[in-house]
Design a protein around this ligand. Structure first.
Ligand SMILES: *Cc1c(COP(=O)(O)O)cnc(C)c1O
Length: 429
């Protein structure tokens, strides 16, 4: 039976704060109700109210192959009868760890956790435990999950709501988090100079997805690598979005920069709650029980999630053409969107990095958080609503990426392009 979306939202709000289990689902930034989904298949979402959408959220990243991929479903079905969780080691955890170690440059060992938040939080603790230093550097507009010390000047959800630092995060915790400017090596040098021998780690999204798509300028990641090596700072790539997406070797492989630690999530769980962090043997040896840095998880390395993750990684490894296919789809959408922008003489800026794309409502390519803030978010909301009315589901915030999956058909994309054309024509006046 069809349900009224607004009624569902009203009822949800009685039991769940804001009616949602993660703020980005609330659609507040674009002035809409959240959409309750009943099922998903391929690049399509089917809502409880009977509406149907072409999906460019893709669960915020995990669904690189679209929804309901047979290989993933079969893996889950084949193993669910073997038990759901043991709380003891199972071989499938080793299988997934091996694949990450083999794929990712500089990762010798990896520890499974349950989310991207846990991965980055644990990597920071490890960097501190390993270096015996306290301070960390992050970049304005980068999001690394919602752990206390990283919830400073973060992107997406926090940025959208204009609450860069959340109440409940003690200043005592945040005082060890130093904030630099993305794509600005001088801002990093200044922090290092001002805090000699005090910085344990530097965490960065090698391609930024959480202030809209912002790519690293040539030399930026190289410069970070040099500075971290020179000052004995643990360089941490947060590849929760970019891992196995920008390439099978992540952004690290694509840009040719090897971090000391890397964090994963999203794609490696194929839609299950999974995260991981890994890196050099010497650093990972500090993790409990090999070493003194404590980190644990009742459900970590969950066997069903690992079965799905293994199949996902194997598929990507043995079908490298899937990356070319997604790149073609991204290029197709980008080219048509750009043509429509040009035809309507609209000064908006389309930025794409592989399967991540953002239309910025500003007239030049942004390089950092301050530039991104020049965007006209009211125009984004109008764009979002126009597309939604035409059955296209984009990220409900200017400061997010559009996720392009391999499941998008040519027809899906042509329907999207037609909707984009109609919506952009409304902007012309
Ligand atoms: C999504 C995300 C996280 C947090 O992952 P969760 O699974 O939501 O906790 C961390 N870092 C980046 C770059 C992300 O995009």
């Amino acid at each position: 039976m069809l349900k009224n979306n607004h009624d569902l939202y009203e009822e949800a709000k009685q039991y769940i704060p804001g009616g949602v289990n993660s703020p980005v689902r609330a659609f507040q930034a674009v002035g809409c109700d959240p959409i309750f989904i009943r099922k998903a298949q391929g690049a399509h979402l089917f809502a409880e109210d009977g509406r149907h959408y072409i999906d460019y959220i893709a669960s915020w990243g995990p669904m690189l192959l679209g929804h309901g991929a047979h290989i993933i479903n079969e893996a889950i079905e084949a193993h669910i009868k073997d038990g759901i969780s043991y709380g003891l080691p199972s071989w499938i955890e080793v299988e997934v760890a091996k694949r990450i170690v083999e794929a990712y440059p500089g990762v010798d060992e990896v520890r499974m956790v349950n989310s991207g938040t846990e991965a980055t939080m644990s990597a920071i603790r490890l960097a501190r435990g390993y270096t015996r230093k306290d301070k960390i550097i992050k970049f304005e507009g980068c999001y690394h999950g919602h752990s206390d010390g990283l919830l400073v000047s973060s992107g997406s959800g926090a940025l959208t709501f204009g609450v860069p630092t959340s109440p409940g995060v003690p200043e005592d915790v945040v005082k060890n988090t130093l904030v630099a400017t993305y794509n600005d090596l001088d801002s990093v040098k200044a922090l290092i100079d001002a805090n000699p021998d005090a910085i344990a780690g530097l965490i960065v999204e090698p391609v930024c997805g959480n202030m809209g798509v912002v790519s690293p300028e040539p030399g930026f990641l190289e410069g970070l690598r040099e500075l971290c090596t020179k000052h004995s700072i643990v360089l941490i790539f947060d590849e929760v979005i970019t891992g196995f997406r920008i390439s099978y070797e992540g952004a690290a492989g694509y840009y040719g920069i090897v971090p000391d630690l890397a964090c994963f999530g999203k794609i490696i769980g194929a839609g299950f709650p999974v995260g991981a962090y890994g890196g050099k043997k010497e650093i990972m040896a500090c993790v409990s029980p090999s070493g003194p840095v404590y980190q644990a998880g009742t459900l970590s390395g969950n066997p069903l999630a690992m079965q799905a993750g293994k199949v996902m990684l194997d598929y990507l490894k043995h079908n490298p053409a899937v990356y070319d296919l997604i790149e073609e789809k991204g290029a197709y959408l980008q080219a048509h969107f750009q043509k429509i922008l040009d035809a309507n003489r609209l000064p908006f800026t389309l930025v794409r990095n592989h399967s991540l794309m953002t239309l910025f409502f500003m007239d030049s390519v942004p390089h950092d958080f301050k530039e991104v803030q020049r965007c006209d978010t009211k125009k984004y909301a109008k764009y979002f609503k126009g597309m939604l009315e035409r059955g296209i589901l984009l990220a409900p915030s200017q400061f997010e990426a559009m996720f392009i999956s391999s499941a998008l058909t040519k027809n899906d994309m042509d329907v999207t392009i037609q909707a984009f054309k109609e919506v952009m024509e409304e902007f012309r006046v």
